[in-house]
Write a protein that binds this ligand. Structure first.
Ligand code: ASP
Ligand code: MG
Length: 422
């Protein structure tokens, strides 16, 4: 008998009807003769609502308590889904991440899975139960505390369980039909992909595409688990995420898609003396504060002054900490001032074909120019070009680039079945 792991996102579980619909789908898979292990997210926008509530109660809640609070969201879903399946005549058992053997490090709010010991899950499956696991959580090996894996972490729980159970496939159910060439919420002409390589999916996820959690894609590639991204609301096949064989790679389109991210801010350090070691001092200070930076640009220094500007981007939420860190080295480095700008957007074009095809950058920048969009920063990898634009022009930029690369769907508009996009 084959094991199938399925993960259902919050928008598929938003209310009682959603939960019953999901239970129906799970029962169908069970009826088809599979052992089914299901991972659930919190209902609808529950996680955001719990976070809002915590903020109302306390400006700086202890991370341990925040994790206790947030894991409750997934526990509500898991019990309700199990009840609904029982009503359909199958026996279902729900388990918290800790009970399911999801072992993590001790970092509250962004714990990493270090091991999965799914003894209770294999036993429950062997006993004929459908297993429901609360996503996005685990237990720390060292501290024995309950941890969460970071926003969107249920995808990672699902892939980790799929690997540990040697499942055939990990199906990720959401409110759209699969992975699209752009976010269908802002680009209605986005096209659904039938297949995408793990490498390209990793770049898209890293560039802000929210369809799959970045760490889930990394995990799936490491363990060779194919992911099937599909909709809870239809029976249509979705997108298979798996590395391509050599033959398939030759046939693959040049561009996989366009991702956007409006969660970043830009920090510009003005008037940095153009001397050896200045950039090192700046980025060491930022690293000491535990901040992850994304793009970096250093301007050519003006000959008259010997001063240069350095800009970098980082998640908006880390802005304040970055400014504080820079303040501590202002005297020693001797820069002039710092400008903080959180009205930026990042657009990324991703495609493995960039390695072997010329003219991609030319088409890309021409599309932005024709749409009247100014580029503020640029960064590239082997298979990606990213730019920073004004945030209010980001959606226009996505549409312009999408059209320029011939990605617009000919078969009508993409459907978003649910969710608030929060
Ligand atoms: N409920 C969590 C979140 O909203 C985890 C998840 O949905 O994957 O981030
Ligand atoms: Mg989610």
């Amino acid at each position: 008998m084959t094991i199938v792991v399925q993960k259902y996102g919050g928008s598929s579980l938003a209310d009682a009807d959603g939960i019953k619909r999901v239970a129906q789908r799970i029962s169908e898979t069970k009826r088809a003769g599979h052992d089914v292990c299901v991972v659930v997210s919190a209902m609808g926008d529950t996680t955001d609502e719990l976070l809002d509530l915590a903020k109302e109660v306390s400006p700086l809640p202890p991370p341990r308590e925040l994790d206790m609070l947030m894991t409750a969201g997934e526990r509500i879903s898991m019990a309700l889904v199990a009840m609904a399946i029982n009503d359909l005549g199958f026996s279902a058992r729900s388990f918290t991440g800790s009970q399911a053997g999801v072992i993590t490090d001790a970092e509250h709010g962004k714990a990493k899975i270090i091991d999965v010991t799914p003894g209770r899950i294999t036993q429950a499956l062997a006993d004929g139960h459908v297993v429901i696991v609360a996503g996005f959580q685990g237990v720390s090996q060292d501290t024995k505390e309950i941890t969460t894996l970071g926003r969107g972490g249920s995808d990672t729980t699902a892939v980790a369980l799929a690997a540990a159970l040697r499942a055939e496939v990990c199906e990720i159910y959401s409110d759209v039909d699969g992975v699209f060439t752009a976010d269908p919420r802002i680009c209605r002409r986005a096209t659904k992909l039938d297949r995408i390589s793990g490498e390209e999916m990793l770049e898209l996820a890293a560039a802000g595409s929210k369809i799959l959690h970045l760490r889930c894609v990394e995990y799936a590639r490491r363990f060779g688990i194919p992911i099937h991204v599909r909709s809870t609301f239809t029976d249509k096949p979705g997108t298979i995420v798996a590395d391509l064989t050599e033959g398939e790679a030759v046939e693959a389109p040049i561009i996989a898609g366009v991702a956007h991210d409006n969660g970043e801010a830009k920090v510009t350090i003005v008037g940095v003396p153009d001397r050896t070691g200045m950039a090192a001092a700046i980025f060491e200070a930022v690293a000491r504060a535990g901040l992850n930076i994304d793009m970096i640009v250093q301007n050519v220094s003006a000959v008259e002054t010997g001063l240069t500007d350095i800009s970098f981007t980082l998640p908006k939420g880390d802005g304040r900490a970055a400014l504080q860190a820079l303040e501590t080295i202002k005297e020693t480095v001797g820069f002039h001032s710092v400008i903080f700008d959180d009205q930026i957007g990042k657009l990324s074009l991703v495609g493995a074909g960039m390695r072997t095809n010329t003219g991609v950058s030319a088409t890309f920048f021409k599309a932005l120019a024709d749409a009247g969009i100014n580029v503020e920063m640029i960064s590239t990898s082997e298979i990606r070009i990213s730019v920073i634009t004004r945030e209010e022009r980001l959606a226009d930029a996505v549409k312009a680039v999408h059209t320029a690369f011939g990605l617009d769907s000919e078969s009508g508009e993409a459907v978003v079945y649910g969710g608030t996009g929060r």
